[in-house]
Design a protein around this ligand. Structure first.
Ligand code: PMP
Length: 334
């Protein structure tokens, strides 16, 4: 940490938390990297900083310039925080179905927010395509430059996870790590951490935890790139292959439904005091599946991507859960 730390110095170097109950359940040591501790509240602060620093180095951004991105929220929050700290502006394109808490946070940070209807990836209205066309338009008019962060394909995304998240996990476990597993939104976390750990320990097992409706589980099991079902979990699951996953093949992949994932986050909150969002539940369920596959005694690391407070109106709201026919514990209803 420098002498006079600034907010960007707080990104990364997150603690690795021992997850007691799932460790007990499986006989393994399961750890969660506490990414909700980042100043913008999620794993995507790392991506935001990595992408903005790469755009600066490429001469695409100058003081007062604009960063444009399509996101389900967390990358937008990270980019806007970093932009505010470094003197840029942000334009964030986001599906209007994202949690109100993330929309509120982006408004508070002062992002230029464009909410679009939820649309399939092959529609030009999809938030990613909308962001691309907004970025192209702004690039031709902004005197200080405009850059499209393009987190799904930008090598700066996986690179920052290779250089930071992956190396931190290696150091924090003292090299005693047998498996790493997480879900994919852009694939930056999975690809970067997998590259760092495989470099240090070629036999380490890499797992994908894929929510229902995402196409990757089918793809990695020899099927078409197509997903069935759906998930209320935000920020993960894709219907296309993100460029970040080029050349990355997980050793194991698991499909996790919301009914299985949510009890993990409720139990973690109630019994260990750790508040996380839905993607962390998918990740923990994946870590449990991987622990059962590897057998007792192994050390498995996953990601606690963001905090439960970001989804209070959804995942921690019995009315919302009931409407979606999802389980909730009795303590939540009272
Ligand atoms: N969980 C949440 C809540 C997210 O917002 C994201 C990012 N979209 C992820 C997990 C997945 O991270 P990545 O983009 O690195 O695959």
């Amino acid at each position: 940490m420098p002498d006079k730390p600034r907010i960007l110095d707080l990104i990364g170097n997150t603690p690795l938390l021992y997850l007691r109950e799932v460790s007990k359940l499986t006989g393994c040591q399961i750890y969660g990297k506490a990414e909700f501790m980042n100043p913008g509240g999620s794993v995507k602060d790392r991506t935001a900083l990595g992408i903005i620093r790469a755009a600066e180095a490429a001469g695409e951004l100058h003081p007062g310039g604009v960063v444009v991105e399509g996101t389900v929220g967390n990358t937008g929050i990270g980019l806007t925080l970093v932009a505010n700290a470094l003197g840029y502006q942000s334009v964030i394109v986001m599906p209007q179905t994202a949690s109100q808490e993330k929309i509120d946070q982006l408004e508070m940070l002062g992002a230029d927010l464009i909410l679009v209807p939820s649309a399939p990836y092959d529609s030009p209205q999809h938030y990613i395509h909308t962001a691309e066309s907004v970025a192209r338009g702004r690039a031709s008019t902004e005197p200080n430059g405009a850059t499209w962060a393009r987190q799904f394909d930008n090598p700066a995304n996986r690179r920052v996870h290779y250089e930071t998240t992956g190396r931190e996990i290696w150091a924090q476990t003292g090299g005693h790590v047998d498996g790493f597993i997480c879900a994919v939104g852009t694939g930056g976390t999975l690809a970067g951490v997998a590259a760092a750990l495989r470099e240090c320990k070629p036999g380490v097992k890499i797992g994908l935890a894929d929510p229902m409706g995402s196409a990757l589980y089918s793809h990695f099991n020899g099927g078409p790139l197509r997903g069935e079902g759906n998930s209320i979990v935000e920020g993960i699951g894709v219907s296309f292959m993100p460029g970040n996953l080029d050349g990355v093949t997980p050793d194991f992949s698991y499909q996790v439904d919301d009914d299985t994932a949510l009890p993990y986050i409720f139990n973690l909150l109630k019994h260990e005091g750790i508040s996380v969002g839905g993607s962390s539940g998918i990740n923990i369920a994946g870590a449990v599946a991987m622990a059962r596959e590897l057998g007792p005694g192994h050390t498995i690391v996953t990601i606690l991507c963001d905090a439960g407070s970001r989804y209070h109106s959804k995942l921690f709201n019995p009315d919302f859960l009931m409407r979606h026919k999802l389980p909730f514990p009795s303590w939540m209803a009272s």
